[in-house]
Write a protein that binds this ligand. Structure first.
Ligand code: RIB
Length: 293
């Protein structure tokens, strides 16, 4: 089982062809509220691919909270450790512009993902094949979970987003770290190649539609991405992480897991919404098959 300890958000998405300057108002052309949050997204990605997933998180006591819990339940993941917190649900204000996005997250209930909630799930963590975290929950919870995982010898996949909260001393207790290029530079303050070399088979840097790279102990490996026509890239990184986690739990090595995650991420950008395009295992297999023809 994969345990995801992370954020659950409602994504409030505006698509625009003109990006507003400071103090300017522009007219957008699409508005939707769709489920998101890096934690929930990664949990959904792994579940759709056939992974057994438990979500540890929190939503608010507003109209978004129960809707988001139902959505996760419908994905057939275990939501028994998703709490209702006495505040508003986390939201992400997403501007879609020129096939890319800009996101502001207001954590709300995600701040109630506390060390106490993690402790209440200690047995679950102990029995997990992998614990997956991101940085949209409190830093003390992340630190506490890392200690607990270390105590029980459970591997940790950390997607360090948003990267500002990351502490490099955590590297010792992390099994896989998956920043994008910007996050990698923000965390290590050096050339990406230098960081990759320092953390072989541990640091996997995602490169958008270019794929991902890591160091295999001998040299840097770049695993090419699958080119496709993107409708919405929100959640592509989360799909990569969920797929990578699932494949690693199936016993794959880093190279195989990255290849698989690249394919899943390429499918995810073909539909609107962070979770909208996350593929099933059949869809990933079909794309791999197509690429062989
Ligand atoms: O990674 C994409 C996600 O980041 C969105 O779903 C949004 O909720 C933010 O957490």
């Amino acid at each position: 089982m994969i345990t995801v300890i992370g954020s659950i958000n409602m994504d409030i998405v505006c698509q625009t062809e003109v990006f507003p300057k400071q103090g300017e108002t522009v007219l957008g052309n699409r508005f939707e509220t769709v489920p998101g949050g890096k934690g929930a997204n990664q949990a959904v990605a792994a579940t759709r691919l056939g992974g057994k997933v438990k979500m540890v998180g929190a939503v608010g006591q507003d109209s978004f909270g129960p809707v988001l819990i139902d959505i996760l339940k419908n994905e057939k993941m275990d939501v028994s450790s998703v709490q209702m917190a006495p505040t508003s649900t986390g939201i992400a204000n997403i501007l879609l512009f020129e096939q890319d996005n800009r996101i502001i997250v207001v954590p709300g209930a995600n701040n109630y993902v506390t060390p106490q909630l993690v402790d209440a799930n200690e047995q679950v963590i102990k029995e997990s094949k992998l614990v997956v975290m991101q940085l949209e929950i409190p830093v003390e919870t992340v630190e506490h979970t890392l200690k607990l995982c270390k105590k029980h010898g459970v591997p940790v996949l950390m997607n360090p987003a948003p990267a500002r909260n990351f502490k490099t001393e955590w590297m010792e207790d992390i099994t896989y770290l998956t920043p994008n290029e910007t996050e990698c530079e923000l965390i290590f303050h050096e050339q990406i190649e230098t960081s990759l070399q320092a953390y072989p088979n541990k640091l996997i840097v995602t490169l958008g539609d270019e794929g991902a790279m890591y160091h295999n102990g001998e040299h840097i490996v770049k695993v090419a991405g699958f080119r496709t026509t993107a409708i919405d890239t929100t959640g592509a990184g989360d799909t990569f992480n969920g797929a990578f986690a699932h494949k690693i739990c199936e016993g794959a090595d880093v190279e195989e897991a990255v290849q698989f995650a690249n394919v899943a991420a390429s499918l995810s950008v073909e539909k609107f919404g962070a979770q909208g395009g996350m593929p099933t295992i059949e869809q990933v297999e079909a794309r791999v098959e197509e690429s062989r023809l």
